[in-house]
Design a protein around this ligand. Sequence first.
Ligand SMILES: Nc1ncnc2c1ncn2[C@@H]1O[C@H](COP(=O)(O)OP(=O)(O)OP(=O)(O)O)[C@@H](O)[C@H]1O
Ligand SMILES: [Mg+2]
Length: 282
Amino acid sequence: MKIPQRLQPLLEDGIIDDVLRQLKSGKEAAVYLVRCGGHTRCAKVYKEANQRSFRQAVEYQEGRKVRNSRRARAMEKGSRYGKHEQESLWQTAEVEALYRLAAAGVRVPKTYGFFEGVLLMDVVEDADGQPAPRLNDVMLTPDEARQWHAQLVREVVRMLCAGLVHGDLSEFNILLAADGPVIIDLPQAVDAVHNNHAARLLERDVENLADFFGRFAPELLQTHYGKEIWKHYANGDLTPDTVLTGQFAETTRKADVRGVLREIDAAIKEEMQRQERMREAE
Ligand SMILES: Nc1ncnc2c1ncn2[C@@H]1O[C@H](COP(=O)(O)OP(=O)(O)OP(=O)(O)O)[C@@H](O)[C@H]1O
Ligand SMILES: [Mg+2]
């Protein structure tokens, strides 16, 4: 095919050898199948900021570390240089998340780095060696739904143990490979420690999983793993093997109203006795 302009520099530098075809063109990025040294890989080309949608929203950016103070100031001011820096921070966030999550044992595509605004990674494949479908594109049996749901809740836990919340996890950003689900699409991943929205985003990610798999196994709609996971995380005792129930009880311990009334009665009685003693003493 005609080489897309954005892939030209990678071809010239010998990072890729050929472009086979476009796989998807989405709202945020175009994904191509490319050849690199005898392998077929995915090249994700990010669109410019003004062509992208909601995910660069402030809530995702919070807590991202900008070590260089000149960059930080420029970004705050929104100058052209600042916007450029913001943009590259957004784009490199995905490759950084992919490295970090792979090291933590999360099933994400293996990445080969980020060059000139292009992310290179393995193609997630189905049983026929074709690019894998999104979860949204497949029908599941109830057993498969239960199995993949349980596995993905584990993956969310593993991600959180590595300090990240996906932030846009859904049936559209999970591919069903021959050997099970693989999580993709991470430029908006948020830092669990430094981002104040992390708990809410984690809960939403987990609810999205329950809603989707609940279509095939309705009992999953009754599960509440998000709050439970976050509670362990906040307590500092979350590990990839933490046993979870999916049943999270909000604190419902009833106030001991009778006990309080008894205390009040006793105080009144005591006061009356005190006043009586004082009258007697007069
Ligand atoms: N490593 C991969 N292996 C196979 N297919 C992939 C891979 N990465 C991306 N794709 C395909 O490209 C699509 C878009 O990728 P991704 O979700 O990362 O980008 P996006 O910016 O969210 O685009 P969209 O707006 O379409 O969701 C995916 O839905 C998937 O079909
Ligand atoms: Mg996507």
